[in-house]
Structures are given as structure tokens and as C-alpha cells.
Design a protein around this ligand. Structure first.
Ligand SMILES: Cc1cc2nc3c(=O)[nH]c(=O)nc-3n(C[C@H](O)[C@H](O)[C@H](O)COP(=O)(O)O)c2cc1C
Ligand code: SF4
Length: 653
């Protein structure tokens, strides 16, 4: 029979255990730092996971379900499977996922030593003892060797946790044996130095996992699919290697039904970004690990990690590198990715940028958001807002950047009569520069999606047209939205108007006009990204930053990844220094010790930040019954603010 989708391998059903799965796209666990209160799931968390089921994934896996509350929680807001009150929320979640034809799964987890050491959202650490495979002193505190009696109790708690899931209606479970959590710590020679039957040889280190899998099977019975998530390589000296990863897979294949091959461990930030590959790394970096394991085992194998392009997903299955692709962040960026692929709507898919904005937000505020998807972290309220009826209004938007486009698309979808004015000949605002930057190309693709949706919508677009007060008068809108962006700030120093000076944004697409040696004045996010871009093209780059560190306006994971990239490309960084003057041979700076120094460079690039453009708002603030400002012209920031402003302000109309 003729297939309606060109992704016929991705949409080929698969049977695992006694269950048939509708496609090969599984939603990898992406837990929320605020996922539960007192161990119980909240309606917001249920809405978060339900959205992924609605979007077409075959399986939706809830992350981090803790099996042994007393020792296993690595932050306050995790679901507690051994808490009798958690059954209600679990059952509601299982039903919500099943309602959309997906299989509900949950990840059985224990933080191991981190269970006593980390407290992401409260005071867990204060009254807890941290138990790991072996005693150690870490920066976060002391870890005691786990006594065998406690170890056996925790092993059994995995079985009991699985039984709770099954009772609640979950049809599958995942065991978290990767990333350096409980099982990972026992498996890894890096962290396990025991001398009893749970340490030393590979068989001894794997014993805890094998016993837990046996306990789970006893509790869920035959046919109930058990998935094991493992790190195919920990990428740390003295840790699990790819060779040992294969050995592990062969050891457990008789005890589980599916192996998910991830990578890395959470001992430090650089390894953390190996588990969650950023835009500075290649796409699909773990596929080769899954492929090697799949050749050695008889059960299905899935791969995960920065698989963002549909063509890559299809190729992985078609070529037999893995049986299933698991998507974490790609289903935050666009939960409807599976349905869109099936329906041939690839052009409407918002791809994950691998920017780590989601994790950065979790670390900063304990909430979750996504740079390109304003719904994430607000699914519950958004669903209510979207369901409210609205009366059609005339909406005028000035500015065709990401915020303006998002507002226009959303307002048009809600049935409003929308007109958009853009003064230049291109849409996308600052996103258009991303076309020239390999590690930011995802942002350019995002612009393309917005542009496609805008042009497909009923929005009336006026390009090359600067909207004035007269234009507003003649349009006579009910709602006027200003999304005119921000202007770069030029530092007031001598020589800044020199021929050898360029603004960061003028570099993109004009790299051949930049000298071989470059000094960048301003080491915030924009300056650092410009440095990374030019250094990748072989230029010798120095960053001068007045603060104590670079990229302090970006989140920690992105900053870590960017710093690795800058250092790999030999970018020099001078912090605690200010620019004094530009001359024909470079930039004169004042260093921390008060000395003046000339940094020789053919080109000086100014990256001193942006100033919101409030002029238009001052002029037009009373030109319509509702006037709002969106994105950078409200407060210069990241694309996430612009997109979120545009979406929610349009929903309010
Ligand atoms: C917000 C967020 C939360 C996550 N939570 C979990 C979790 O609870 N358990 C887990 O095993 N992995 C977790 N991960 C890791 C993902 O499952 C996945 O392995 C990783 O993000 C790489 O895949 P991706 O590039 O498809 O996102 C999380 C990732 C994100 C972005
Ligand atoms: S915030 Fe960035 S990395 Fe996270 S899901 Fe969204 S686009 Fe992907």
C-alpha cells in the first residue's frame, strides 16, 4: 500500500514486549524542576507531558520519578513513587497521555550520591546524608559508602516503583542507568571503588542494575516493556568507555526490552553539555554508540542527543543504526514535530536550536522555557487562554522581526484582521544574520519557519514601508503592536568612528571586509558569538571585556560550550579591562592593574550592547485603543523574549 508519508521508516510501527508502538519517535524524559509538589504531580506538569502526546510521539516518558525518597531525591520538586499520595497524579498523567494514542512511560530514578548532595530547589541537603557507591569528599559535601542493607532496599524500591507505575496505568517504564546517577555511579569505575560484590570487576559493578531489573520484572510481570537508559560512553578518563558500554548492553539485554544509548555523566559542566549537545557540537553525536551496540544485541536499541533534522531521524532508522529515535529538546521546541512530519508539514516544524535556554532557565528560576516555543512551561495556562473566544479586531504590527512575526501569525490564527509593516526589504530582524554563522544556523531556520507561516497566513504584509503616524491613522487599528527592535550602542571613545571600526552586526555576511587580526570591544554574548564566528574562520581574535568574565548575559551551559569553542579556536580573552581609544593599529585599553596597553588589530569590532528604541512608542502611545511594545524595543534581550512577547500579547487580543 502507498505510504502517505515520505518518512516511512520513522512511521513504521514496532512491537516491544507485548506492546505495539505507532511510530519510531519516542519522547525522551525531560523533567521539570518544578514537576511535583510534596512528591505529587501538578496539573501543570500533566499538561506539559500531555502536549507531547498530542503532538504525535509514540511514547511520552516522564522523567525522574524517584523510587526511594529518603535517599534518592536530587531536588525537592521530584515525583515520589514511594509516596502513596502520588498515585492520583500518576494515574491522571497516564490517562492524559493515552487519550492521544501515545504510550505513557516513566523513568525510574535515584540520584545516588547526588540524592544527598544536590538541592536544586530547597533545603534537602541540610538534613540528608549522601550515600554513593564509595566514600568521597566532593565540593558539594561528604559522601558516605552506601551500606549493603540500604543498597538492597533501594534495589527493591525500583521494583516497587515499577509496580506503582503499572497500577497507575503506565504501560512501560525506563530505568535511568546513565548520566552518572545511581546506577551510573555503581557502573562507572570512576565513581565505584568498592571492594565487595558490588565493586571491582565489571560484573560486580553491573550487579546492582541487574538485580534491580530482576526486581522490576518480578513486579511488572512478563511482556511489560522495560527500557534501560545508559551512557554508551561517559567521556571521562577512568569512566565507562564505548567498549564497556557494549559489554553492559550485552549483560542486560536478557533483562530488558529496549536499550536507550545516551552519553556522558554529570560530574562537571563540560560533561553535562556532552549529554545535552549544544549548537557548538555536531548533530547526532551519539548515533555511532547506538549503532555499535545494536550490532551486538538482539533487542531494539534507541538513540538520543541532538537529533533535530527529520532527514537524520529517517536515515538513522532506514540505515539500521537504531530502531528508534528519542527526542528530548526537539519536542520542547515543537511538540507537534511527529504529526507535522507525518502530514508532510516539515516547513512548519520549529527545530530545536540546541541553545540550552531550557536548562539555563531551570537553573536560574527553577521554571522551564524554550527559546523558540513560548508555550513550554506554560502549557496549562496557555491552553486555557487559547480556548477563550475572541471578537475579531483590526491589528497593526510595526516591525517584522521574530516578535512582530510571531504576534502577526498568532493574531491571524485567532481570526483577527492583521496588517504588518516592515521598513526593510527582509523579514526576521536580527535573525537574518544567523544565516552566516554555522553554530547559529538554527536561528536562521527558525526565521524561515516564521516567514513561511506568516506568508501562508491571512496577514497583509507591507515590505519596504516605514510606518508613520499617518500610516497608523489611515489603518485605524484597534490594536497597535510595536516591534521595532533596538539600536547598537557605540562606546564614547576616541577613534570609534574610524574606518577600521565595525559594529558586530555588520560583520555577518561581510567577513571578507574584516582583517585577519581582530579585537572585539565588549565580551557579552554578542561579542563572544562574533569572536567565535570569526575565529572559526581562521581570524586571530581578542576579546576585551570590562567585567570579570565573558558572556555573563548568557546562561551557564551555553557560556560553557561557547568558552570551550573560543578556547579551541585560540581566542584571547582580556577581562577587567576597558577600551580607551581606537587608532589606526588597534585598540588602546586600560587593564586591571591600571596600565595602558595597545592591542594590535586590523579591525576593531564594537559589541557594546543595545538600546531599546522607544521613540516610536513615545509618538504612538495613544494612537490606538491598545498599544503594546514587543521584544527588543521593550527591553533588549534574547529572541526568547521577543517570541514570547509576540505570542502572549497576541493571545490577549
Ligand atoms: C529540560 C530537560 C530535562 C531533562 N530531564 C531529564 C530527565 O529527567 N531524565 C533524563 O534521563 N534525561 C533528562 N534530560 C535529557 C534528555 O532526555 C536527553 O537525553 C538530552 O536532552 C539529549 O537529547 P536531546 O538533544 O534530544 O534533547 C532532560 C533534558 C532537558 C532538556
Ligand atoms: S531552549 Fe533551546 S535547547 Fe532548549 S528546547 Fe528550546 S531551542 Fe532547544
Amino acid at each position: 500500500m502507498k505510504s502517505i508519508t515520505k518518512y516511512s521508516n520513522l512511521f513504521k510501527p514496532i512491537t516491544i514486549g507485548n506492546l505495539l508502538f505507532k511510530n519510531r519517535i519516542f519522547s525522551a524524559p525531560t523533567s521539570l524542576n518544578w514537576g511535583a509538589v510534596d512528591g505529587n504531580l501538578t496539573p501543570e506538569t500533566i499538561a506539559y507531558y500531555e502536549l507531547k502526546a498530542r503532538g504525535g510521539a509514540a511514547v511520552v516518558t516522564m522523567g525522574e520519578s524517584i523510587v526511594h525518597t529518603l535517599t534518592g531525591k536530587s531536588h525537592d520538586r521530584q515525583i515520589e513513587l514511594d509516596n502513596p499520595t502520588s498515585l492520583v497524579g500518576l494515574s491522571q498523567l497516564a490517562k492524559a497521555i493515552k487519550r492521544h494514542g501515545a504510550v505513557p512511560s516513566a523513568e525510574l530514578s535515584h540520584g545516588g550520591k547526588w540524592g544527598g548532595l544536590i538541592s536544586m530547589a530547597g533545603s534537602l541537603k541540610a538534613d540528608r546524608v549522601a550515600y554513593g557507591p564509595s566514600a568521597e569528599m566532593t565540593e558539594a559535601g561528604e559522601v558516605k559508602e552506601m551500606p549493603e542493607k540500604l543498597l538492597l532496599e533501594i534495589i527493591e524500591s525500583f521494583g516497587k516503583g515499577a509496580a506503582v507505575l503499572k497500577r497507575a496505568g503506565f504501560e512501560m517504564c525506563m530505568v535511568h542507568a546513565g548520566h552518572g546517577w545511581f546506577f551510573g555511579q555503581f557502573l562507572s569505575p570512576k565513581t565505584n571503588h568498592r571492594t565487595d560484590r558490588f565493586g571491582g570487576s565489571f560484573e560486580n559493578r553491573a550487579r546492582v542494575l541487574v538485580m534491580a531489573l530482576e526486581s522490576i520484572r518480578r513486579n511488572v510481570g512478563p511482556g511489560f516493556p522495560i527500557e534501560v537508559r545508559m551512557s554508551g560512553d561517559e567521556f571521562i578518563s577512568g569512566g565507562i568507555t564505548a567498549e564497556e558500554g557494549i559489554k553492559l548492553a550485552k549483560t542486560i539485554e536478557g533483562k530488558c526490552d529496549l536499550i536507550n544509548v545516551s552519553a556522558g555523566m554529570h560530574e562537571n559542566l563540560e560533561l553535562y553539555i556532552r549529554t545535552h549537545p549544544t549548537q557548538f557540537a555536531e548533530k547526532g553525536p551519539n548515533v555511532y554508540l547506538a549503532e555499535a551496540i545494536r550490532k551486538e544485541v538482539k533487542i531494539p536499541v534507541s538513540t538520543v542527543g541532538a537529533i533535530v533534522d527529520p532527514e537524520m531521524m529517517e536515515e538513522i532508522i532506514a540505515s539500521g543504526k537504531a530502531d528508534i529515535v528519542e527526542l528530548g529538546r526537539p519536542l520542547l521546541a515543537d511538540p507537534y514535530l511527529p504529526n507535522k512530519l507525518r502530514e508532510g508539514k516539515e516547513k512548519e516544524i520549529t527545530k530545536c536550536l540546541r541553545c540550552m535556554g531550557c536548562f539555563g532557565e531551570s537553573l536560574k528560576t527553577e521554571t522551564t522555557s524554550c527559546t523558540v516555543n513560548p508555550v513550554i512551561g506554560n502549557e496549562f495556562n496557555e491552553w486555557i487562554a487559547k480556548s477563550q473566544p475572541t471578537t475579531p479586531k483590526k491589528v497593526m504590527i510595526i516591525g517584522g522581526g521574530p516578535g512582530g512575526m510571531k504576534a502577526a501569525i498568532t493574531a491571524a490564527e485567532r481570526g483577527h484582521d492583521v496588517v504588518l509593516y516592515e521598513k526593510s526589504d527582509t523579514l526576521g530582524g536580527a535573525l537574518k544574520f544567523a544565516k552566516y554563522v554555522d553554530f547559529k544556523y538554527g536561528l536562521y531556520e527558525f526565521k524561515e519557519v516564521l516567514e513561511y507561516l506568516l506568508k501562508k497566513s491571512t496577514v497583509c504584509i507591507h515590505m519596504n514601508t516605514e510606518a508613520t503616524t499617518e500610516t497608523v491613522e489611515s489603518e485605524n487599528p484597534d490594536v497597535l503592536l510595536l516591534a521595532v527592535g533596538a539600536s547598537p550602542i557605540l562606546p564614547c571613545i576616541k577613534g570609534i568612528d574610524g574606518k577600521n571600526v565595525k559594529l558586530a552586526e555588520d560583520v555577518y555576511g561581510n567577513e571578507n571586509q574584516v582583517g585577519e587580526t581582530v579585537v572585539i570591544l565588549g565580551g557579552g554574548l554578542v561579542g563572544c558569538e562574533t569572536a567565535a564566528h570569526l575565529a572559526r574562520r581562521g581570524k586571530k581574535v581578542t576579546i576585551v571585556e570590562m567585567r570579570q568574565d565573558i558572556a555573563l548575559d548568557s546562561e551557564v551551559f551555553y557560556r560553557t560550550a561557547m568558552k570551550v569553542d573560543l578556547s579551541r579556536n585560540n581566542v584571547k580573552v582580556i577581562t577587567n579591562a576597558i577600551g580607551l581609544a581606537v587608532n589606526e593599529v588597534g585598540l588602546v585599553i586600560k587593564t586591571q592593574d591600571g596600565n595602558e596597553k595597545l592591542i594590535k588589530a586590523e579591525t576593531v569590532i564594537s559589541a557594546a550592547g543595545y538600546r531599546a528604541d522607544h521613540v516610536l512608542f513615545q509618538e504612538m502611545s495613544n494612537a490606538a485603543p491598545v498599544v503594546q511594545i514587543i521584544g527588543d524595543c521593550r527591553r533588549p534581550g534574547k529572541v526568547t523574549n521577543a517570541v514570547s512577547d509576540g505570542y502572549y500579547i497576541a493571545l490577549d487580543i
